[in-house]
Design a protein. Sequence first.
Length: 243
Amino acid sequence: MKKIFSSLAVSIIALVLFSGIANATPSTQIWIPSTDIQAYKTVHFGLDSYMKTEEGVTDEPTVTNVGLTVGLLPFEKIQLEAGIDYRDISGDHKYPLLFNAKLGVPEGAVFKDSPALAVGGYDLGTESNVTNSNLVYGLVAKTIDKIGRLSVGYYYGNDKVLLDINDNKDNDGILVSWDRTISEISDKLWAAIDYQGGENVYGALSFGAAWKFAPNVGVIFGYDIYNETSYRPTATIQLDIDF
């Protein structure tokens, strides 16, 4: 399975490069990737901030991520998005660029009532064994009437970077999420819960809600509880704008 995901990631990256755009920022739930993909020619701007909510023995800074994502394929049944992130955690502006890509098909594209499928990679960094977490993943998602959309998948990353607190490799795990537009209150209101396995820096349970202030502008308010209990929880605010 690990070899399959690695091959898929290489294929996606190659496709993006031949399309003339360098990789992508993946569309997400609160924390994990989703099967959503930006529409053709849509430029998506994201500004995400993660703020520690508890005191701790270590100095864990607020993390801010700025990203652009572009929809690349003009097809309904197969879609591709691509973009770039700028993330500066340490404040020294070293190796802040991260690249990602996602290829997938929406629900109902393969056959009637078929689930959405997506494969991709994210946090492909520029400094070997420092920022190249190089997570690759696969996801399956299905919307169930009244319940919402359920997603499940698996990720695998660089075992030199994805470590637990004892520096043991911890570079894979499950991806699970639920999300739904809360139309009983307003079509502008959306809620989600997601989970990423592992006790590395990515492993977390996250939940939150979003409000659409305009058809192309939304803000997510969420909270992240990390599987490694020595990592302090974070509150997150995420601004999303489509052009």
